[in-house]
Design a protein around this ligand. Structure first.
Ligand code: AMP
Ligand code: MG
Length: 402
């Protein structure tokens, strides 16, 4: 069954969603969590901020003291960040305060130092302020006990900062899914081996491993499978213990494209066999003995694109992050484009800013085998089946590339 891009994506979401995934949980030090997925709700162990915090250098005072300007207030002390002011501020008084310091009791605003002037022991205030101006109230960002990050959130630098702020030195995260990678093809040889003139280096397994890591998985290389049913079957069986199996090559209509046949022999269920996309049309997705697999086309650009489109969101679900579909942005076409394929196309392209607008241009590429072309790209130009004629300047979808 050949499906559209949208159907293929929703089949992936639906099949993985239905399978009741329960990734194991492990506890790791906070500095080892970039890219990991939270397995617990994180809560604030104190109010954030923990006190009424001054956000400007200046003078803490009572806003009501500034009804007549300039106002002259008696300076009764100083609070740098990391200290507190003992006692309570009275009418007619102010305290010199620095960014990050707690507001003295009795004060309800801060006037920036730029709007003040020292007059002996007194401070002349030249500008009025609203109550609580230049102050963030205690608990305004998060109250004690509030959920600051939900289970299932992918942890990046900002989340790490927030977890640190609430004292999470160790964090419960989901175990990384293990992804078995099995390239197929009699012509494919290891990277470190000198190929004969008719052989091809195994670039797919290397690129896939990098994509798996970037998507929050652990790549497991199964080696290179020849185009022989018995060996292919044995090697697939070795991948059955992992959380996801990625095959590359051998899914087209050629005489030696054996992957689907061998998977079928092993009792595989196919959820789709072929997607109306370019590149990547022969893509297959299914399950064999509780293990989801993708049969990715062998052409390196197809392998790369189909991973980004379908495997990455699937890996997110296997890793406890929920469904993370590709996000498309928009840019203007530099040159007109026409196609009549009836497919959704994802073509290596470059986006840049011109006259404040993002503009996108295809990179020269020789089709779906062209690694040089894809390496030159920083995005994919996405063309829908109904977009048969596009003019220069038209807004189109692009998918950013890592
Ligand atoms: P296939 O899908 O098996 O018909 O392969 C399509 C094209 O991709 C052929 O030109 C293969 O040589 C190439 N190819 C297949 N597997 C790999 C691989 N692991 N690394 C690089 N190129 C590959
Ligand atoms: Mg092949």
């Amino acid at each position: 069954m050949v499906v559209t891009y949208e159907q293929a994506l929703s089949i992936v979401e639906e099949r993985l969603g239905r399978s009741n995934l329960r990734p194991a949980v492990e506890t790791v030090p906070l500095d080892q969590t970039p890219g990991r997925v939270l397995a617990e709700d994180a809560t604030a162990d104190r109010d954030l901020p923990p006190f009424h915090r001054a956000i400007r250098d200046g003078y803490a005072l009572r806003a009501a003291d500034l009804t007549v300007l300039p106002a002259v207030l008696r300076c009764v002390g100083e609070v740098p960040a990391g200290r507190s002011f003992e006692g309570e501020l009275n009418f007619g008084q102010c305290v010199s305060i620095m960014t990050g310091a707690p507001l003295p009791a009795g004060a309800d605003a801060v006037v920036m130092v730029e709007h003040t002037r020292s007059v002996g022991d007194d401070i002349e205030i030249q500008r009025g302020v609203r109550q609580w101006e230049n102050v963030v109230l205690q608990g305004a960002e998060a109250a004690l006990g509030a959920r600051i990050l939900p289970r299932g959130r992918r942890i990046r630098a900002a989340e790490i900062g927030l977890l640190a702020a609430v004292g999470k030195a160790t964090v419960a995260v989901y175990r990384l899914p293990r992804v078995a990678i099995l390239p197929t093809g009699d012509e494919v040889v290891p990277v470190q081996q000198r190929p004969q003139w008719f052989q091809i280096r195994n670039s797919n397994a290397m690129a896939l491993a990098a994509q798996v890591k970037a998507a929050g998985g652990v790549p497991i290389q199964l080696g290179i499978a020849p185009d022989r049913q018995d060996v292919l079957r044995e090697m697939i069986e070795q991948g059955l213990k992992s959380d996801l199996l990625l095959l590359s090559g051998g899914v087209s209509m050629g005489k030696f494209d054996l992957v689907e046949g061998v998977l079928a022999e092993l009792g595989a269920e196919f959820f789709f066999q072929g997607a109306a996309i370019r590149p990547g049309k022969p893509l297959v997705f299914g399950r064999v003995r509780d293990l989801f697999f993708f049969g990715l086309p062998g052409n390196p650009v197809s392998t790369f694109v189909t991973f980004e489109l379908f495997v990455r969101p699937a890996l997110a679900m296997l890793g406890g992050a929920g469904f993370e579909p590709p996000i498309f942005l928009r840019a203007r076409l530099v040159r007109p484009y026409s196609q009549k394929t009836g497919l959704t196309a994802f073509m290596p392209a470059r986006v840049r800013i011109q006259d404040r607008d993002p503009v996108v241009e295809l990179v020269g590429w020789q089709g779906s085998g062209d690694l040089v072309g894809i390496a030159a790209a920083n995005c994919f130009l996405v063309i829908r089946p109904d977009q048969t004629e596009l003019a220069a300047g038209d807004w189109v979808d692009i998918m950013p590339k890592e």
